[in-house]
Design a protein around this ligand. Structure first.
Ligand SMILES: NC(=O)c1ccc[n+]([C@@H]2O[C@H](COP(=O)([O-])OP(=O)(O)OC[C@H]3O[C@@H](n4cnc5c(N)ncnc54)[C@H](O)[C@@H]3O)[C@@H](O)[C@H]2O)c1
Length: 378
C-alpha cells in the first residue's frame, strides 16, 4: 500500500451536515489521513472537535489563511497534499483559489463558487496549477449511476430524445413559512449561498447527473422559480425546460418545499430503444424500460455491470452500499489522480463540471428574472 495521502479539511465541523460524509468517505478505501484542518471558524470548537474525532491538534489552525501559511513552511513530504472545502458556498472560491495558487490539490463541494465569473477565474488558476481538482457531485459515485453512463455510452438506449431529472426535498418548509427563521439559514442568504437556493443547492446536482449520464450538454433552458414570499430573495422551487439538441429535450424539476419529500433525486433517460430510471432513495436498482419487453432491473456488483460500475462496489451483490460509498468512490478516483495512476474520467467530477454548474445556475436565474425566456448556456 502506498503512503496515505495527507488530507486537510476546511469546514465540515461537528455542527455541519456534510463533514461526516467526507471524513468517512476519505477513510473507506484506506487512501487518506486527515493531518490538518479548520473545521470551524471558532478556534475552541475547532480544537474540541479535533480532539473528539482524534485528529492531532498540532495542525488544527485558527483560520484558513493560517493553515496555508503554516503548511507551506513544512517540508513537502509532510505538508497537506489535498484540501476538502466543505464550508458554506461563499468561501469555496477564495479558499480554492488560494489553494490552487499555492500548489495544493482540491476537493471542493458544490456549487463550486457563487458566480460563473468566479468559476471561470478558478478554471484559469487550475490550468496554471496543474493539480487535481474535484467537485463533489456525490451521486456520480453510485455504481448504478456509473452503469447508466456506461450503458448510454455503449449505445444501449439508441438515440436519446427525452431526459427528466427531479430533485425534490421538503426541509425548507419548516423554515420558510416563519419570517424570523428565514434569516437564520445560510442557504437563504444570497451573500453566503450565491444567487440561488434551490437550483444552486440541488437543481445543480440534477443538471450534473443529466450531463454525466448522457454525455450530452444542455444547450439552453427556460426556467420558472417559486420564491413563496415577496420578501424572500431566494428560489425554493424551480422547473427548467431544457434543450440538448433539436430533438433532445427534457426537464429539470427541483424543490425544497415538496412537502414530505426527503432526498428525492431521480433521473430518467429515454432513448429510441430503451429507457433507464434511477432513484437516489433506492440506489441499488437501475431499471431498464422497454415498450415491448419486460422491464429489467440491474443491481450492483454483478459481472454484467461495466468496469466503471464494478470499480464502485466493494462487496458481493446483495450487500447494500450507499451514499458514504458513493462519496468514497469519488475520493478513490481523486487518490488515483493524485498518485498519477490511471483512472476513468467517470470516476470524479472535475473543474469542467464545476464551471458548467455555475453556468447552469446563472442561466436559470437569468431565465426566470428575464420573464421566463430561453437562455443559452456557453
Ligand atoms: N455533495 C452533496 O451532496 C452536498 C450535500 C450537502 C451539502 N453540500 C455542500 O457542502 C457545503 C457545506 O454544506 P453543509 O450543509 O455541510 O453546511 P453546514 O452549515 O451544515 O456546515 C458548514 C461548516 O462549515 C464551517 N465553517 C463556516 N465558516 C467557516 C470558516 N470560515 N472556516 C472553516 N469552517 C467554516 C461551519 O462551522 C460548519 O462546520 C455547501 O457548499 C453545500 O452546498 C453538498
Amino acid at each position: 500500500m502506498p503512503k496515505k495521502i495527507r488530507l486537510g479539511i476546511l469546514g465540515g465541523g461537528g455542527d455541519s451536515l456534510i463533514g461526516v460524509l467526507h471524513r468517512v468517505a476519505s477513510f473507506i478505501n484506506d487512501n487518506y489521513e486527515i493531518v490538518g484542518a479548520v473545521f470551524n471558524p471558532n478556534f475552541e470548537e475547532n480544537l474540541g472537535f479535533a480532539k473528539q474525532i482524534d485528529v492531532p491538534t498540532n495542525r488544527i489552525y485558527k483560520d484558513f489563511d493560517t493553515l496555508v501559511e503554516e503548511e507551506l513552511k513544512l517540508p513537502k513530504d509532510e505538508r497537506i497534499q489535498v484540501c476538502s472545502i466543505l464550508t458554506p458556498n461563499f468561501l469555496h472560491f477564495p479558499m480554492a483559489k488560494k489553494l490552487l495558487d499555492n500548489g495544493f490539490h482540491v476537493i471542493c463541494e458544490k456549487p463550486m463558487t457563487t458566480t460563473y465569473e468566479e468559476a471561470k477565474i478558478l478554471r484559469e488558476a487550475h490550468k496554471k496549477a496543474g493539480t487535481v481538482f474535484a467537485v463533489t457531485h456525490t451521486y456520480t459515485g453510485y455504481p448504478m449511476v456509473r452503469q447508466m453512463r456506461e450503458m448510454i455510452k455503449a449505445g444501449v438506449l439508441g438515440k436519446i430524445h427525452k431526459v427528466d431529472a427531479r430533485y425534490y426535498q421538503g426541509w425548507i418548509n419548516t423554515i420558510i413559512h416563519d419570517k424570523a427563521k428565514r434569516s437564520t439559514v445560510w442557504r437563504l442568504d444570497p451573500k453566503k449561498a450565491g444567487i440561488s437556493s434551490c437550483m444552486g443547492d440541488i437543481g445543480v446536482h440534477a443538471f450534473n447527473l443529466i450531463e454525466y449520464t448522457t454525455g450530452l450538454k444542455i444547450k439552453s433552458l427556460l426556467c420558472d422559480f417559486n420564491y413563496l414570499y415577496a420578501d424572500n430573495q431566494m428560489d425554493v422551487d424551480g422547473t427548467a425546460l431544457i434543450r440538448m439538441g433539436d430533438h433532445v429535450k427534457g426537464i429539470i424539476r427541483a424543490s425544497q418545499v415538496a412537502t414530505g419529500e426527503e432526498n428525492g433525486l431521480a433521473i430518467r433517460i429515454y432513448g429510441e430503444k430503451f429507457g433507464l430510471l434511477w432513484e437516489q432513495e433506492r440506489p441499488n436498482f437501475l431499471y431498464k424500460l422497454s415498450d415491448t419487453e419486460a422491464m429489467q432491473v440491474y443491481k450492483p456488483g454483478h459481472a454484467y455491470n461495466s468496469k466503471l460500475s464494478l470499480d464502485g462496489t466493494k462487496l458481493p451483490p446483495g450487500h447494500p452500499e450507499g451514499i458514504f460509498d458513493s462519496m468514497a468512490n469519488i475520493y478513490l478516483g481523486v487518490a488515483r489522480a493524485i498518485r498519477g495512476e490511471k483512472y476513468n474520467d467517470g470516476e470524479f467530477p472535475t473543474m469542467t463540471d464545476g464551471v458548467r454548474g455555475l453556468n447552469f445556475i446563472e442561466a436559470s436565474v437569468a431565465s426566470h428574472k428575464g420573464g421566463n425566456v430561453w437562455v443559452d448556456l456557453d
